[in-house]
Design a binder for this molecule. Sequence first.
Ligand SMILES: Cc1ncc(COP(=O)(O)O)c(C=O)c1O
Length: 457
Amino acid sequence: MHKIDIELVEMTMDVMKYAIDRISASNRHIGHPKTAQELKVLVGETITPKGIGGEVAFNLWKKHLMNANVSIDHPRHLAFVPASPTRAAIMFDLVTSASSIHGAYWMEGAGGIFCENEAMKWMVSLTGLPEGAFGVFTSGGTAANLSAIVTAREYWRSLNQQNNNEKGLIITSIGAHSSVKAMAKVIDADVLYVDTEDRMHASNLQSKMESLTENQRKRLFAIVATAGTTNAGIIDDLKGIAEICKKEKLWFHVDAAYGGGALLSDSVKHLFAGIEAADSITIDPHKWLFSPYDCGAIIYKNPELAKQAHTQEGSYLDIFKDEGSQGFNPADYQIQLTRRVRGLPLWFSLAMHGTDRYKQAVERGIELAQIAGQLIEEMPHVELVREPSLSCVLYRRIGWNPEDYTKWTYENHKKGFALVTPTKWKRGDTFETVSRFCFINPDTTENDIKMILESMV
Ligand SMILES: Cc1ncc(COP(=O)(O)O)c(C=O)c1O
């Protein structure tokens, strides 16, 4: 398996050809899932004692398996938070894999970590955090949020021994991403919600704080604000919330996993005022900074606190710490030990294209949301649920019930035309099913949006 022979050389060429075709394709299939049973019938037994051979396995991938995945970078894939990795970043993802780098410690991954850190310095500069702030790339926003919450909780416990026996408590809003609640569960912390999916204002938070019991107030250690909600692109009142956190001595985490890319945009940057006062910030390059999966990031105002929370101890690790004192050890600042240098594709793409091109691509996402908003206003069968925010647009098809949205989504997906999924928006005490666009891909055109809206007539 580890020998070099002619089969390996041929296979390498085939794989490279596939990668070149995929990277340079201008017309990708959107892809559609099949059931596991259907796939099994198509590909048969692939794991056997003698192996089925690379060529056969690869052909099965190309013929049957690849198309059962959704190409999340398709220009009419506007569901979820889509991705649109640059071709340069995808290419360098191949280089990252081929280079076999252990990205936990500087001693083993200095070259790769150096590049990651160059990209990270640029990301930190976008936030306006003070000198000394720094971060590390994670597997995604969930891992970044978890790393931050653990750091906050450990810091809170370090301030008062009695907190070691207390279950922590976090306040966020119902607009926060599901991972905040899920990661609080991982660390066995409670979560209280400010009941708004719209902008969480300082006054909303203040009222929530005033409603806490003495025990809850004692256990409260962090506030999680969102800078770009997943559902609607809303940015909380970061400035006001930061002031409360400062006054109440609470950790201020900003989840900008999706919205963080918009810090590049002159047109919306002012909406993030207050982010520079955060203790930690999540930004996912695999969302709006055009990196391939998976690449999140967590940035800390005081990375030393993250180090105290996350550094792993073991006699087999001591040597890395000795050497590591000459460099930066990403393992010390987040939950993972062995790690891919997953910031490397971002570094290469940034180095190749320059940061101006990133800015233009992000501005295009915001512009596409505005274009969609105008088209919706012009068409009689649809209407905006709220003004577009960042690159998210919520709109309703007048007269449709939830089943109509589901049917329309499935039909468009089955045809290979588009993947636009429904969501819910809270109005008063009820949740209305509506349709949602999230624009990331600068290759999406006005005509794509028009065609999707017209398919709702
Ligand atoms: C605001 C926000 N936070 C966190 C996450 C979770 O990120 P990931 O899926 O990379 O773990 C998402 C994902 O969409 C998100 O939009």
